[in-house]
Ligand binder design. Structure first.
Ligand code: GLN
Length: 486
């Protein structure tokens, strides 16, 4: 038997169901693992050991009563952008350093309702702005595969925790790639659901028309289980959609015969690392071997505008969302000030880091009178064009396959002084958010010992197909079973 902390959530759940292990044993094994490796990896802002043991005991009672859910007793990690009642929720910002929410996000409530055990809150780029987790106001997270490299971002703490076996599944959030890019960088499986599939209530808002919560895990099956628990309509989120949630695990059972896959050429961008392209193409050949039909030269010409559209829309929404941090309602506040305006200015000056300030300025500029039509409105129109292009592609293909990001994990500090280089890490993931589609990153190879991810993009609300493709691929390959030596 492997160490308990190495188990997938579905294997752990099987052992719990057969009463071969208790949740308290699983939880303690994970907490010991955190104690052993997290001073090097730094996945967590807060470790909730005491609460975890309480929840584990309660889960064991729940199992004894014969009332086991999908993730009952399984240790999970929550990105620190999701509100957790009574547990500090910082967004890795000085602004919220001491913020203890009075309520839990719907997704957190659903996990707890199912009996999952939270072991801690994961580090991230401040307010989810970044691609390396170096924008955390507290400390950067390290890639478990090479500690001098970044784990990706903004959900870098969640990805590193799963890769370093400090939790069996994690929740991340994805506005422009923040689940998929770190999943790719850390050799884990990460799914961004369709916009509206999962509630955003209690997710600290970055860009409300793009943000979506999703699972990061050891394999597609664990993503399916976690999505099953968190998905579905929530009356607290007006953008969550009232649509039946399918049985995702059932869907994993079908093979790939009859599926039509498209490979959009624009995603193999200039400057892409050759090994990333080679691994992605090899993975697509594997999908073909498994029974899918592949069309290699699909074109989505508006793809190249997606990054520009994103860096108008996301900062615009962020500048509006972040206006709430005024030092009056909650969060950091400076009281020794001359006037109300002075207090507000100094609160925001001290509370926000440089990337957050950059985004607020970009957004306020793009929305200001005289520039609104030229930037924001134009970006919204191009957004529609990008969505239509995807719609047309999905009349011919069941899914599109691309690399997750253009490179393997880069060195810490390498892109910190050049924001545009940092923004380019998300060229392959951002178009998906612009169109609100679901997509998943699955491990697809290594270059020089560093992970490479393949992205599977699906039709709106068709998470089932991408999970099925990811699962079939993982039945035939073993990239996702490789673990870093720590
Ligand atoms: N890296 C992108 C950004 O900095 C995406 C972040 C995200 O998905 N939260 O905005």
């Amino acid at each position: 038997m492997p160490n308990l902390y190495e188990l997938t959530a579905h294997d752990a759940a099987d052992l719990l169901r057969r009463k071969e292990v208790t949740s308290l044993e699983l939880t303690r094994s994970v907490l010991e693992r955190i104690a052993a490796v997290d001073d090097r990896v730094k996945s967590f802002v807060t470790v909730t050991a005491e609460k975890a043991e309480q929840q584990a005991r309660a889960a064991d009672e729940q199992i004894a009563r014969g009332d086991m859910g999908l993730l009952t007793g399984v240790p999970v990690v929550i990105k620190d952008v999701l509100c957790t009642e009574g547990v500090r929720t910082t967004c890795s910002s000085r602004m919220l350093e001491n913020f203890v929410p009075p309520y839990s996000a719907t997704v957190v409530g659903r996990l707890f309702g199912d009996g999952a055990v939270m072991v801690g809150k994961a580090n991230m780029d401040e307010f989810a702005m970044g691609s390396s987790t170096e924008n955390s106001a507290f400390f950067p997270t390290h890639n478990p595969w090479a500690l001098d490299r970044v784990p990706g971002g903004s959900s870098g703490g969640s990805a590193a925790a799963v890769a370093a076996q400090e939790g069996m599944v994690a929740l991340g959030s994805d506005t422009g790639g923040s689940i998929r890019q770190p999943a790719g960088f850390c050799n884990v499986t990460g799914l961004k659901p369709t916009y509206g599939r999962v509630s955003r209530y209690g997710l600290v808002a970055f860009s409300s028309s793009l943000d979506q919560v999703g699972p990061m895990a050891r394999d597609a099956e664990d993503c399916a289980l976690t999505l099953q628990v968190i998905a579905g309509y929530d009356r607290h989120d007006g953008t969550s959609v009232e649509k039946a949630v399918p049985d995702y695990r059932q869907a994993l059972k079908s093979d790939l015969k009859g599926l039509r896959l498209g490979v959009p050429k624009e995603y193999f961008v200039d400057g892409m690392q050759p090994e990333v392209e080679q691994s992605t193409r090899a993975a697509i050949l594997e999908l073909e071997r498994l029974g899918a039909t592949v069309e290699w030269d699909v074109s989505l010409p508006s793809t190249s505008y997606a990054l520009a559209v994103y860096y108008i829309i996301a900062p615009s929404e962020a500048s509006s969302n972040l206006a709430r941090y005024d030092g009056v309602k909650y969060g950091h506040n400076v009281q020794a000030a001359e006037s109300m305006w002075d207090a507000m200015e100094r609160t925001r000056q001290e509370g926000f880091g440089p990337e957050v300030k950059r985004r607020i300025m970009l957004g306020a500029y793009a929305l200001s009178a005289g520039y609104y039509d030229a930037y924001y409105l134009k970006a919204q129109k191009v957004r529609t064009l990008i969505s239509r292009e995807f719609d047309a592609a999905f009349s011919r293909y069941d899914a599109l396959i691309t690399p997750t990001s253009p490179t393997v994990p880069f060195k810490m500090g390498e892109k910190l002084s050049d924001p545009v280089q940092m923004y380019l890490s998300d060229v392959c993931t951002i178009p998906v958010n612009i169109a609100g589609l679901p997509a998943m990153s699955v491990p697809a190879g290594f270059a020089g010992g560093l992970p490479i991810g393949m992205q599977i993009i699906g039709r709106a609300f068709d998470e089932t197909t991408i999970l099925r493709i990811g699962h079939a691929y993982q039945q035939a390959t073993s990239w996702h079973k490789q673990w870093p030596k720590l």
